[in-house]
Write a protein that binds this ligand. Structure first.
Ligand code: KG4
Ligand code: ZN
Length: 333
C-alpha cells in the first residue's frame, strides 16, 4: 500500500490529489477561472501567479482531507506537460522541492495520460489494452493504450480545434459564458436536436485515409452562419444540435477504432468526458457494439490532482524508475 501525492498546475487549476493505491483520499482544486472569465480564455501570467498563491493552502487542505502527514507520503507525482510553461513550472518546482526535502521519489507525468489513468480511481479495474478517446480543451485524440505508464499510441487527433475548444468558441458566440462546455451542456438540456450540423471528416474518402482524425472548424462555421442567418433561432435547439454533432462524430470514430483494432474496451477521458450527452450516447452505442465503456466520474474528468496521483501510483507499483520532472509545454504522448 503506498501513498502518492499528485500535483497538477498545467492550466488554471492548482490541484493536489492524494491516493492510496487505487483509492482516492483527497482531491483539492483551487481554480483561477473567475480571474480569466472576463478575457474569454485563460491568461497565462494570471494562471502562474494564482498557482504560486494557492499552492501551499491547497497542499495543506489535501493533507488534512486525506488525514495524513507529509512525512507519510511515499512518492510525489507532478504534471510535466503539456500545458502553459509558467504554470507548469510552479507545479514542477513545488514538487521537486517536496520530493527533495522528503527524500521521496519524484515522477513527472504526462497530463494527457493522467486524464485516462484517473479511471482507475472510478472503476478500480485494469483497463489495458483499451482504445481511449481523449477530449479536453487542448486535445482531441484517439489513442491505443497498451500500458498507460509506458505504451500509449496515437491513432488520430484533431486537425484544428480540440472538442472542448469548439464548445468554448460556440458558447462564446452564443453568449453562454466561459468555460463553454458546461454552459452548452446545461442549455442543450432544454433544446431539441433538430438542426443537421455537419460531421467533420466523415466522407467516404476521410474514412479511408484518416478515419481517426477530427475537424471541428466546419461545424463551428456552420453554427455561426446558422445563428447569423436565423434571427428567430432557438438557442437551446442550437446548443443541443451542435452538441449532438460533436458527440456523434467523437463516438463514430472511437467505435471504429475499437472495431479496427479488435479491442472491445473504450475509455473516454478529459474535460469533455463530463458532457452528459456524450456519456449517455456513449453508453447506448457501446452497449450495442459490445464494447465495454469506462468514463471516470464527472468530477474527475476535468483537470485535477487525483489523476496525476493515480498515474504516479501506477508508475510506482509498476516498478518504473522515478524520472524526476522537467516542465515541457509541448510534451507529446
Ligand atoms: O481537461 P480539461 O479540464 O482541461 C484541459 O486539459 O484542457 O478540459 C477543459 C475543457 C473545456 O474546453 C471545457 O469547456 C470542457 O472541457 N468541458 C466540457 C464539459 N465540462 C468541461 N465540455 C462539454 N461538456 C461539459 N459538461
Ligand atoms: Zn486536462
Amino acid at each position: 500500500m503506498s501513498l502518492v501525492l499528485g500535483i497538477e498546475t498545467s492550466c488554471d487549476e492548482t490541484a493536489i490529489g492524494i491516493v492510496r493505491d487505487r483509492t482516492l483520499l483527497a482531491n483539492v482544486i483551487s481554480s483561477s477561472m473567475d480571474e480569466h472569465a472576463r478575457f474569454g480564455g485563460v491568461v497565462p501570467e494570471i494562471a502562474s501567479r494564482a498557482h504560486l498563491e494557492a499552492f501551499l493552502s491547497v497542499l495543506q487542505q489535501a493533507l488534512q482531507d486525506a488525514n495524513v502527514k507529509l512525512s507519510d507520503i511515499d512518492a510525489i507525482a507532478v504534471t510535466e506537460g503539456p500545458g502553459l510553461i509558467g504554470a507548469l513550472l510552479v507545479g514542477v518546482a513545488g514538487a521537486t522541492g517536496l520530493a527533495t526535502a522528503l527524500e521521496k521519489p519524484l515522477y513527472g507525468v504526462n497530463h494527457l495520460s493522467s486524464h485516462i489513468a484517473v479511471d482507475y480511481l472510478t472503476h478500480q479495474e485494469v483497463i489495458e489494452p483499451t482504445i481511449a478517446l481523449l477530449v479536453s480543451g487542448g486535445h482531441s485524440s484517439i489513442l491505443q493504450v497498451n500500458d498507460i505508464t509506458k505504451d500509449v499510441r496515437k491513432l488520430g487527433a484533431t486537425m484544428d480545434d480540440a472538442a472542448g475548444e469548439a464548445f468554448d468558441k460556440i458558447a462564446r458566440i452564443m453568449n453562454l459564458g466561459f468555460p463553454g462546455g458546461p454552459a452548452i451542456d446545461r442549455e442543450a438540456a432544454f433544446g431539441e436536436i433538430n438542426i443537421d450540423f455537419p460531421r467533420g471528416l466523415t466522407s467516404a474518402e476521410d474514412w479511408r485515409t484518416r478515419p481517426f482524425h477530427f475537424s471541428f472548424s466546419g461545424l463551428k462555421t456552420a453554427v455561426a452562419r446558422y445563428l447569423e442567418q436565423t434571427p428567430t433561432h432557438n438557442r437551446a435547439d442550437v446548443a443541443a444540435s451542435f452538441q449532438e454533432a460533436v458527440v456523434d462524430v467523437l463516438l463514430q470514430k472511437s467505435l471504429r477504432a475499437c472495431q479496427d483494432s479488435g479491442i472491445d474496451r473504450l475509455v473516454i477521458a478529459g474535460g469533455v468526458a463530463a458532457n452528459s450527452r456524450l456519456r449517455q450516447v456513449a453508453g447506448e452505442r457501446c452497449q450495442k457494439a459490445g464494447v465495454r465503456l469506462h468514463i471516470p466520474s464527472p468530477g474527475l474528468c476535468t483537470d485535477n490532482g487525483a489523476m496525476v496521483a493515480s498515474l504516479g501510483s501506477l508508475m510506482l507499483s509498476g516498478g518504473i524508475a522515478p524520472n524526476g520532472a522537467l516542465a515541457d509545454s509541448a510534451l507529446a504522448l
